[in-house]
Design a protein around this ligand. Structure first.
Ligand code: PMP
Length: 431
């Protein structure tokens, strides 16, 4: 095991503390794989090749141990208790916030709100920050490659306020047309919300340039970082965005937990998203005084152990090393792009110059669901469908694609098994 620095020590009294994690060993894919128990299994009698990481990633033992330890010895509700277990749980929960601060590059832990995931992060910003600032005729600008979770919340607030959702077009390769994007920034634009890394195309968008163009006009920015966090080193302070949101389950952490970064002045000026316990300073039947950020946005009992697990997963990624992860995944991307390019019936959707290790493709004359089913029988897990990006599928005139998405634990051999599986598929369906 390469070992996360997040303490999963089962001894009572030991709780996780935030400390900087650095790679202690050079990257070795076989050693990394041994940290992920799910990768050891066979599917239909074949070793599992898990290439569905953009949907959700597998979990390292260090993260599973941190969750088990939290429930076994250090569990209680947070913030309210004076007893020891509550203090331990609070320390671990707030420790996880500090880890998330460091992982995302925020200036202070108060800028990190624990949310259910990227979807909730975007909805929180749409309802608490943007909606009160929208008047009829105002605009929210997104791009043509957004996940539904970065489309529908904006549609809802636009419908409620008479504002207009504008969509920056993309090129055939799957890159935002930056000239058109800039033209769409008007004196009515109240928010720019763009995906950092596309789940369906793999495109890495030029986040810094987007912030530059928007902030020059005083327009706030949000990035959907669901797919960026597992692959790129984040630094929200350097990026200069106003909001950035990620999902724990795609980052080798638990489901049901994610983090929203919000610039402190923005969070401090926002009304709560939900009301309830924890988010208040005082309540009478006449009036309520809200707590400060981030607690103002964490009504009710939070996903305590989810946050602890997310902290452990972030430590694991840091200790593996984001540079090493990026280099390994880039090599997989190059190899997979070359190998898939050798199959004439395969058409890649999304060929941006800057790409994460995601390959969306169609196989001529064969339905994407058949592609997924036949590959599954070879032990190769890929996703098929519209990837919650129906407008993007429409842009390319396809109902669905097959998508292989890689993580740092994938290997060249697994890419080759994907290619072998596609050859078997083509043989099965005949010329
Ligand atoms: N944005 C992107 C780019 C995604 O890939 C996903 C998950 N597929 C989401 C948002 C939504 O994330 P979650 O379901 O974790 O809220």
């Amino acid at each position: 095991m390469s070992g996360a620095a997040f303490s999963a020590d089962p001894l009572p009294g030991k709780v996780a503390v935030a400390r900087r994690c650095h790679p202690s060993l050079p990257f070795d894919v076989e050693r990394v794989r041994a940290d992920f128990p799910a990768l050891e299994q066979t599917i239909h009698g074949k070793p599992l090749a898990y290439l569905d990481n953009a949907a959700s990633a597998q979990k390292p033992q260090a993260m599973i141990d941190a969750v088990t330890s939290a429930y076994t010895h250090n569990y209680s509700n947070v913030h309210r208790g004076v007893h020891t277990l509550s203090q331990r749980a609070t320390e671990a929960y707030e420790g996880a916030r500090e880890i998330a601060r460091r992982f995302m590059g925020a200036a202070r832990p108060e800028e990190i709100v624990f949310v259910r995931g990227t979807t909730e992060g975007i909805n929180l910003v749409a309802h608490s920050f943007v909606r009160p600032r929208l008047a009829p005729g105002d605009e929210v600008l997104i791009s043509a490659m957004e996940h539904h979770s970065n489309i529908v919340p904006w549609q809802i607030v636009c419908e409620e306020t008479g504002a207009r959702l504008r969509v920056a077009p993309i090129t055939d390769r799957g890159e935002i047309d930056l000239d058109a994007f800039e033209d769409l920034l008007t004196d009515r634009t109240r928010m720019v919300a763009v995906v950092h890394v596309s789940n369906a195309l793999g495109t890495i968008n030029p986040a810094r340039r987007i912030v530059e163009l928007a902030s020059r006009r005083g327009i706030p920015t949000l990035f959907d970082g669901a797919q960026a966090a597992p692959h790129l080193e984040l630094d929200v302070a350097e990026l200069g965005c106003d909001f950035y949101t990620i999902s724990g389950h795609k980052l080798f952490g638990p489901t049901g937990i994610g983090a929203l970064y919000g610039r402190f002045e923005r969070l401090a000026a926002m009304k709560p998203y939900e009301g309830g316990g924890e988010m208040i300073r005082s309540v009478t039947f006449e009036a309520t005084e809200y707590n400060d950020p981030p607690h103002r946005f964490e009504a009710g009992t939070p996903h305590i152990v989810g946050a602890i697990g997310l902290g452990a997963a972030m430590c694991y990624v840091e200790e593996t090393g984001l540079d090493a992860i990026a280099a390994h995944e880039h090599e997989l991307l190059i190899h997979a792009t070359k190998r898939l390019g050798e199959i004439p019936q395969v058409r890649l959707i999304g060929t941006a110059a800057e790409k994460a290790a995601v390959l969306s493709f169609v196989v001529e004359g064969i339905h994407a669901h058949d592609v997924g089913t036949i590959l599954d029988h070879q032990g190769v897990a890929v996703r098929v469908g519209h990837h919650c990006a129906q407008p993007l599928m429409d842009r390319y005139g396809v109902p669905a694609t097959a998508r292989a998405s890689f993580a740092f634990y994938n290997t060249r051999q697994e890419v080759d098994r994907l290619v072998d599986g596609l050859h078997q598929l083509l043989e099965f369906f005949g010329p």
